[in-house]
Design a protein around this ligand. Structure first.
Ligand code: URA
Ligand code: CA
Length: 433
């Protein structure tokens, strides 16, 4: 088999066989296929698209390019949840202990943040002592004993994806539905979950800026997951504005704690119930979404979910006292309230740029090598659709510098106030097939 023939076939609109796709993935991973041929091939996929069968074969080839985690020694149906990315997305940190507290085993592998999006693993590291690198045996033991553990992705998970993603990043081929779908699903399948709940975000802060693309991506991933034998569904959610109020690390952990205490922001709380109910049903612990939701509400209101979060923190070496006293996490030196300049309704909060403002403060990474300042970030006091009076606090900035003019102006530019608008719908669609 020759790579040039595969490029030509796809260029002319042909359908690739499983053997051809395996040849490409294996050859690119081991270095026998050079970057220039892989680049050309990715561009043909960008323009000619792929059938579901091709995408499934590409996904499985990438999943099998490295370690495939075996979770079969954990009792019960292991359900994973994955978000296609957002700003201020604190859901995993609330969901993991909440869903675990009703008996669903949560063996979660999460990622780090880059650019305007934050990563769950970075946020958890804001908890003093918290270890995100856990040996596989210990990970399984923790989930069997306590129903929950959250770890970073193992170094050798889907190495083909790691290499291809870096190439896509510099060849303008990130933005392709078959490539995004196979990239995400290869990592989910290699992480060993039996069932997968996808949160496909749409809007300014997300990969998929419009609902039609989000729906296509969701349908593609759901079909691949099911074809690969993993029960998969997707929720399409709004990321036109950040989720919840806090965007940062320590402050998002604090937000997660408040949510587990029942005092969290409305949108974050709702998102957690929507995704959590789907996870509980897929795990076979409830026969309907209503029943699942009732179980979750009861676990949250009784304090059981919060207790599970403490256990999860202690299990992974962290200090569980932060749950009762979040000031035990790193605190910003300057906490500055930014007042609204005018009276009106919040019309838009540009998620991407608000995420970038938090990154500039030090809450995120511009490049992979940057380190993170856990204490800094941004808290939104008014979300889209809410009324605000001139002089009322619009945003609070948590910073370790006094020089906040640039960030303040950026926030003013990206939070617009105008005439009355409705709150955006949080859940835009549910895709089950
Ligand atoms: N996230 C991924 O893991 N891969 C993509 O291609 C896009 C988002
Ligand atoms: Ca948040």
């Amino acid at each position: 088999m020759r790579m040039i023939d595969l490029i030509e076939k796809k260029r002319d609109g042909g359908q690739l066989t499983k053997e051809e796709i395996n040849f490409f993935v294996e050859g690119y991973t081991d270095g026998s296929i050079p970057d220039y041929q892989a680049s050309a091939f990715l561009m043909t996929i960008f323009y000619k698209d792929m059938t579901d069968e091709e995408i499934t074969n590409l996904t499985l080839a990438m999943a099998n390019s490295g370690d495939v985690i075996d979770l079969s020694s954990i009792d019960g149906v292991k359900v994973d949840k994955h978000s296609t990315g957002g700003v201020g997305d604190t859901t995993t940190i609330v969901l993991a202990p909440l869903v675990a507290s009703v008996g669903v085993p949560v063996a979660k592998m999460s990622g780090r943040g880059l650019g305007h999006t934050g990563g769950t693993i970075d946020k958890l590291e804001a908890i003093p002592g918290f270890q995100v690198e856990i040996e596989n045996d210990n990970f399984i033991k923790l989930v069997n004993e306590s129903q929950v553990a959250v770890t970073g992705q193992s170094g050798n998970l889907a190495p083909a994806d790691k290499k291809l993603y870096a190439l896509r990043d510099v060849t303008a081929t990130v933005d392709s539905i078959p490539l995004i779908a196979s990239s995400i699903m290869s990592k989910k399948i290699a992480s060993g979950a039996d069932a997968i709940v996808l949160d496909v975000t749409t809007g300014d802060g997300a990969f998929m800026k419009n609902i039609e693309d989000a729906r296509r991506l969701a349908k593609t991933m759901v079909r691949i997951g099911n074809m690969a034998g993993r029960n998969t569904m997707a929720v399409i959610s709004d990321m036109s504005q950040p989720l919840g109020e806090a965007i940062g690390n320590s402050i998002e952990i604090e937000e997660a704690i408040e949510t587990l205490k029942g005092n969290g922001p409305e949108d974050l709380t709702e998102m957690v119930y929507v995704l959590g109910s789907q996870m509980v049903v897929l795990a076979g612990k409830a026969s309907s979404l209503e029943e699942a939701r009732e179980m979750l509400v009861e676990a949250l209101e009784s304090g059981k979910a919060l207790e599970t979060f403490k256990v999860m923190i202690a299990n992974q070496g962290g200090n569980p006292d932060i749950v009762d006293d979040p000031s035990k996490m790193d605190q910003a030196k300057y906490v500055v309230d930014i007042p609204a300049k005018e009276t009106g309704w919040v019309n838009e909060i540009h998620a991407e740029n608000v995420g970038i403002a938090a990154m500039i403060l030090g809450a995120g990474r511009k490049t992979k090598e940057d380190s993170i300042d856990y204490s800094v970030g941004v808290k939104l006091h008014k979300k889209v659709g809410m009324k605000v009076e001139a002089g009322e606090t619009l945003v609070t900035i948590y910073a370790n510098t006094e020089d906040l003019d640039a960030v303040t102006n950026m926030l003013y530019d990206n939070i617009s106030i105008g005439s009355e608008v409705e709150e955006p719908a949080l859940v835009r669609d549910i895709i089950t097939e």
